[in-house]
Design a protein around this ligand. Structure first.
Ligand SMILES: C[S@@+](CC[C@H](N)C(=O)[O-])C[C@H]1O[C@@H](n2cnc3c(N)ncnc32)[C@H](O)[C@@H]1O
Length: 196
């Protein structure tokens, strides 16, 4: 397994500092991803790669009758997200897991919304993970994949058009790209629907 670095799999104190940076620099993407999912009180939601759990904290405000489940493979992020979301965990609205997006430990058709922010760059075979997302989504469920766009090397592989194509090749329909931000901070939320 390649070294994913402190953003791909944060560890220890440096990983926690990386988490602090993610919260600071990724707020726009967190807010816009949650907005674009149009969360309803009875949505059953999965977040992959929750980091410090900042986006989940926003999402939890909207969920009343169901819950939001998170999976991240970093034990350091699990600790931070648990602390940040304590009130939601205590109320049973948030449930956090340590696990890998390549093989999600949930039955098929478990969730009606799944999102993942700034995580896909660390997936060796993005289509394997996107197929897993498709598997755990219910019919008519929505997936949102959020990425930064720009000139950096990683962004050349993970363009919003490539993510759209991968989603389509994994069976998603009605795939759309919402472009956000400006100048030095541009991002896209790519949304797809499962239809069976
Ligand atoms: C750059 S951070 C982004 C965190 C958060 N989503 C944000 O936007 O601030 C990427 C996160 O995804 C997690 N991650 C990366 N690949 C993963 C995988 N295959 N399965 C589960 N978590 C993964 C990392 O541990 C890390 O917490």
């Amino acid at each position: 397994m390649a070294d994913l670095g402190q953003f791909g799999k944060p560890t220890g104190i440096i990983g926690k500092f990386s988490g602090w940076m993610m919260d600071r620099y990724n707020k726009l993407e967190h807010v816009e991803t949650i907005k674009s999912l149009d969360l309803q009180p009875d949505d059953h939601v999965l977040e992959i790669g929750y980091g410090t759990g900042q986006a989940m904290d926003l999402a939890a405000e909207k969920i009343h009758d169901e819950k939001i489940v998170g999976v991240d493979h970093s034990a350091a992020m699990f600790e931070v997200a648990l602390r940040k979301n304590k009130k939601w965990v205590d109320r049973g609205v948030v449930e956090l897991h340590v696990g890998d997006a390549r093989k999600l430990d949930f039955p098929q058709e478990s969730f009606n919304k799944v999102y993942s922010i700034h995580c896909i760059y660390f997936w060796e075979q993005p289509e394997v993970n996107l197929r897993e997302i498709h598997r755990v989504l219910k019919n008519k469920g929505i997936a949102a994949i959020t990425i930064r766009t720009g000139k950096g090397e990683v962004y050349q592989k993970f363009t919003d058009t490539n993510v759209k194509n991968w989603l389509e090749s994994c069976g998603f329909k009605n795939v759309v790209i919402n472009r956000l931000g400006k100048r030095k901070h541009k991002a896209s939320v790519i949304l797809g629907e499962k239809q069976i």
